[in-house]
Ligand binder design. Structure first.
Ligand code: ATP
Length: 647
């Protein structure tokens, strides 16, 4: 018996995506079956889990499996599972819309993409799950019944903007998806997906490790009679339980795609086995590409937890710290109860011990990669360095290792400066290159590399040939506040405190000059300090400037303006920290100012020049002027005077 058939529209983005898939030029169309089997396998995991959790529900878990049924005459292919199923509402929200996490980026990309533009890239980048069926089918029918419910739902769509949905009775538990296949066209990589060999090949290639049986009926002729036997197409062997030497790279890659719902290749595979008092096996992956939502709340952290081969949960956060949220994979523990809940996990000491071991193993893998496969390490660092550096803040135990495996851009001049990655250095390399007498690791934080590189603070360091680390990730502002040293060498911001780069001999030679300068400028400095008291806490002569007239610096323990802005943006109240204005006693603007000031401290020009010096220092470090219009007026008046004086 069936009820009223309702026609509904796909959500706009889903429609657009379908449009792209129907006309897809994506060559690897076989992957549709992987997606269906992967979804079916998840649905079986969920059914089994629900049966432990909710004993009142009458869930049949006696023979959980996946069934593939090709029909050559009707040109259909059906994939059926007797898993958790979907309610009518779930069908609408899960299938009719792109509501999944991580799709914000896809939406944006779709909005930007012209219909004719390389959809294959989009598909590869984001993965489209169920919708990939429309690469090979011109009509898809789904019948699904959720466990515990009596009414099932039939959903039918030709992918063109609308679908129909209706209630049906008498459907078995789980989901059955029937694809009405497009005509095969080998040139377009559209194969005959009703062919037994093709189905076998795809299942073997992409889904061999799926722990549930994937079955298909096979017909053969024995003594001129047609016999049908049911065969299982996959080996069902848990990949993490097999020795690494017996698993191919391709098998690992497919498993990675299954557990992480990703479409890229794994960059590194980490296989672990712990025996003894607490047994577990782990198979972890470092992805090749950072997912788009890595820095959003939507991103789900953690690996899958299995207990004695039984799937327990996705995204088990207790097994992976926040700063390793990009690590994917599986942990299969022997000694936990199948009923283990999130609350239990949070207090479980064994779980926290496993986490510690996993973290150590991931970090040592990165270290090995750095030593033995530098190219791979660079890819890794480019994608995930920003995340890993969060560990410098939160994982004090592993701080040393984290510093060892981190890379930074520096001012070191290289031949191929175009290539961003070639300018990376490790701290170890930095320390090895340190000049005689240099006892600190110099760095400067800022919003962009250009701002930092061109900032006046760099001048004396450049003049002396001292290398400076350029730290431009937001997280850099934070970790430098709490990490004091590497290999016994203190980190030192070149935009903070006093700079003392001269050797003892240079200082001695310069001593009397310095004293004289201090004397000569004492009055001007005092006067400037008073005049600019609203904006700065001190004005002093600089030893870090060679060409610029002025710059702003902080005291050693002051937070930087960028960090101040970050705190404010996150809603944390922080007092405004006044900076120190340093002026360059050798710059003509400064020497002229001193002369003007000694002649007539009250003169208009004198105050204007002091204000300009301060404003220029703010602009030079990419800061914001408190009163841009006022600054522009003083500048215009001063220029007018100068030009007026010349003409
Ligand atoms: N056979 C099924 N049984 C039960 N629920 C299913 C089944 N197939 C799909 N679903 C539900 O629909 C959702 C959307 O499926 P879809 O394949 O589009 O995306 P996904 O599997 O979440 O993500 P991905 O794009 O990474 O594969 C799934 O998350 C699941 O909740």
């Amino acid at each position: 018996m069936s009820t009223q058939v309702e026609e509904r529209e796909f959500q706009a983005e889903a429609r657009q995506l379908l449009e792209l898939l129907i006309h897809s030029v994506y060559s690897n169309k076989d992957t549709f079956l992987r997606e269906l089997i992967s979804n079916a396998s998840d649905a079986l995991d969920k059914a089994r889990l629900e049966s432990y959790r909710n004993k009142d529900l009458d869930i049949d878990t006696s023979d959980l499996h996946i069934e593939i049924t090709p029909d050559k005459d009707a040109r259909t292919l059906t994939v059926r599972d007797n898993g958790i199923g979907m309610s009518k509402d779930e069908v609408v929200t899960l299938i009719g819309t792109l509501a999944k996490s991580g799709t914000a980026e896809l939406r944006r990309a779709l909005a930007e993409a012209k219909n004719s533009e390389v959809p294959s890239e989009l598909i590869g980048q984001f993965g489209v799950g169920f919708y990939s069926t429309f690469m090979v089918a011109d009509k898809v029918t789904m019948v699904t019944r959720k466990v515990g419910e009596t009414t099932a739902t039939r959903w039918v769509s030709e992918g063109a903007g609308t679908y129909t949905i209706e209630d049906v009775e008498d459907a078995p538990q789980g989901t059955s998806i029937t694809l009405h296949l497009k005509d095969s066209d080998d040139d377009d990589h559209l194969f005959d997906y009703t062919a037994e060999w093709k189905i076998r090949e795809i299942v073997k290639r992409y889904s061999d490790f799926i722990s549930w049986p994937v079955r298909m009926d096979k017909e053969s002729t024995v003594d001129e009679e047609t016999v049908t036997e049911t065969v299982t197409l996959n080996s069902q062997k848990a990949l993490w339980a097999r020795p690494k030497s017996e698993v191919t790279d391709e098998e690992y890659a497919e498993f990675y795609k299954h557990v992480s719902h990703a479409w890229d290749e794994p960059l590194e595979v980490i296989s672990m086995k712990a025996e003894g008092t607490f047994e577990y096996q782990a198979l972890l992956f470092l992805p090749t590409h950072a997912p788009h939502d890595l820095f959003t709340r939507e991103h789900k952290r953690g690996v899958q937890l299995y207990v004695k081969r039984v799937f327990i949960m996705d995204n088990c956060e207790e097994l992976m710290p926040q700063y390793l949220r990009f690590v994917k994979g599986v942990v299969d523990a022997q000694d936990l109860s199948l009923n283990v809940s999130r609350e239990i996990l949070q207090q479980n000491r064994q779980i926290s011990r496993i986490q510690k071991r996993l973290v150590k193993k991931v970090l040592s893998t990165i270290k090995d990669m750095m030593a033995n496969e530098p190219e791979k390490y660079r890819t890794f660092w480019g994608e995930f360095g920003r995340v890993l550096k969060e560990g410098l803040l939160f994982d004090v135990d592993n701080r040393e290792t984290l510093l060892e495996v981190s890379s930074f851009v520096s001012t070191r001049k290289q031949e191929d400066t175009e290539d961003e990655q070639n300018r990376w250095t490790t701290l170890r390399e930095y320390v090895d290159r340190m000049k005689d007498g240099q006892d600190r690791i110099y760095y400067m934080t800022g919003e962009t590399r250009q701002l930092v590189e061109n900032s006046p603070h760099m001048e004396a360091f450049q003049a002396k040939g001292l290398e400076v680390l350029i730290l431009t990730d937001p997280v850099d502002e934070m970790w430098v506040e709490s990490v004091r040293e590497f290999d016994g060498k203190q980190f030192h911001s070149i935009a903070k405190g006093d700079v003392d780069l001269d050797s003892e001999e240079e200082k001695e030679a310069d001593e009397s000059d310095r004293e004289q300068r201090e004397k000569d400028f004492a009055e001007l400095l005092n006067w400037m300090k008073e005049t600019l008291t609203e904006d700065v806490k001190d004005v002093r002569l600089s030893s870090r400037l060679t060409t610029s007239p002025a710059c702003l610096v902080g005291d050693d323990f002051d937070i930087t303006p960028a960090l101040e802005r970050m705190y404010r943006a996150s809603g944390q109240p922080v007092p405004h920290i006044k900076r120190i204005l340093e002026i360059n006693p050798n710059h003509p603007l400064v020497t002229t100012l001193r002369t003007l000031h000694s002649r007539d401290a009250e003169g208009n020009n004198v105050k204007a020049t002091a204000e300009l010096l301060h404003g220029m220092a703010v602009l030079a470090e990419g800061g914001e002027l408190k009163d841009p219009a006022g600054f522009t007026k003083v500048l215009a008046d001063t220029l007018a005077n100068t030009i007026g004086g010349e003409s």
